[in-house]
Design a protein around this ligand. Sequence first.
Ligand code: WT7
Length: 632
Amino acid sequence: MNKIQSLSGYLHEYQKSVHQPEKFWSRIAESFHWKKPWDQVLSWDFNGPEVKWFENAKLNITENIFERQLFTHGEKTAIIWEPNESDEPALHITYKQLFDKTCQFANTLEAQGVGKGDRVIIYMPMIPEAAVAMLACARIGAVHSVVFAGFSSSALADRINDCEAKMVLTSDGNFRGAKNIPVKAVVDEALEKTNTVEKVIVCQRTKAEVHMEPGRDLWWHEAIKDQDTKHKAATVDSEDLLFILYTSGSTGKPKGVVHTTGGYMVYSQYSFLNVFQYEQNDVYWCTADIGWITGHSYIIYGPLLSGATTLMFEGVPTYPHPGRFWEIIDKYQVNQFYTAPTAIRALQAYGLDPITPYKLDSLKVIGSVGEPINEEAWHWYHDHIGKGKCPLVDTWWQTETGGIMISPLAGITPNKPAHASLPLPGVQPIIVDAEGNELKGNNVEGNLCIKFPWPSMIRTTYGDHKRCKETYFSAYPGMYFTGDGVKRDHDGYLRILGRVDDVMNVSGHRMGTAEVENAINEHPKVIESAVVGFPHDIKGQGIYAYVICDIEGRTEAGLIEEIKDTVRNIIGPIAKPDQVQIVSGLPKTRSGKIMRRILRKVASNDISNLGDTSTLLNPEVVDEIIKGAKTN
Ligand code: WT7
């Protein structure tokens, strides 16, 4: 079904998708089940922006996962769940069982007052109920917003408030490696700062003692008990919201990226099938967390819409030993394995010993996502995990793009280390210079934009359409601006160079410098701060903070720890600065702008050429900063 088989097939499909995009996408969309067909495939205006795919069509995405496929796939395993502890039994959930659980929970949500269009926050560990929660929301036409369960209570509260969520789905605790994280307690704290949530449903996982607020909190197992396992799917419009996912940008507050139903369904399935070249009896594993877009599109929607067996792993790569990933691959005979460069580099650091006990011979395709993969990690992954024979798909995309945009198709596109390579059919990248002029031909480097709509693209930022326009459609009018730099090499293959804005990529997680600065500034002793990224061997980028503080009554070391803790409490452990340097001033231009270029160079230990500092208001602080720099 719509699967590209060869390089010439890809080139042919690509041409069709550019010359007749509507015809191309309608042919693909026709293989899905629509309750009512569309009036028009696409209408768009990037100046609005206003983009509609499959206008006025009606559908339910879960009918396309379940009813459409049950006849052939009912007894097939939909989800293999591998728990944190390797000696706890795994679960194999068939499509039929997952369907029953989804329907039962859909009835539960409705019984608790959630309806079409209501926002539901999912703050849960990697357990099957998290998948059921997402699917049940989609079943009733409610909008899910999954929040990574590592975010702090204030980050959670911000997201609840922004989307005015009616319900929170959570668990008592979260087993992650050797840790037992008190998830429910974080929710309780967040709910003190919000007033829209009416009910909280708590799934029992760790059996930790938790507070249950009478009238508000219910246990999952009790709430579902009397609910039927049959549910008639809600009919939603193609452009109705499927989910909101919050992500960081260059300004302070994370924004809610909005994805709608029809286009996202078509694109997540099409891209999954083609990039990974999934075959019907394969076992596919993506190691992401469902709190990120990768988990949405390539653990849940893309694979399940393709009738695939998707593996969900609760734990972490190094627990109880650094061979855990490889053990799981052999245990379930995983065929496609999809992970992040930061995980590869972290495991590479353990040497080859953790790999040798495992065969890894079931693998057919290995994939990378989340940040540029350096050549060394690419080769290590390709040689030692892929055994030199598996195509490696380096997939470039974003929360906003909803699906993989630029990537080799496994076994079809010739592999080139560290290159995301070529756009998927339907994706029209363009490289522009700072003024927005197109850089044509090969051997060019510039900013990456997309000049034509694709079905799973962002529709708006929740509650603030102006922000969507300003962030993505204003830098280069008439185009979607990605925020990434890119090079087209002499063969016409694309290589992503990383962010060109004030967004860092820390262990594959996106983090705005302003967001971290705002958190640091919450500390009562902090006067001003500036945050930059620096190259980090494992994380890709680390976080370096320059902070002006009132040090009276504190030691420098004590204050640095307090600042790190402040960030952890306000955002979460992933945002904690690796380095904090206390400074007496920040290099500023005469107009008062912080010269980040200098701060980035110092943080990267690259002070040989600091460029022109003569325009600075306070050139003397540069020497002080260099002298006090922390070495990474
Ligand atoms: C940013 C998006 C969508 C996947 C998870 C991250 C960087 C992502 C690659 C890649 C180089 C990559 C970009 C992008 N990125 N994949 N294969 N090669 N860079 O989603 O949190 O929305 O971050 O991640 O800089 O803009 P995200």
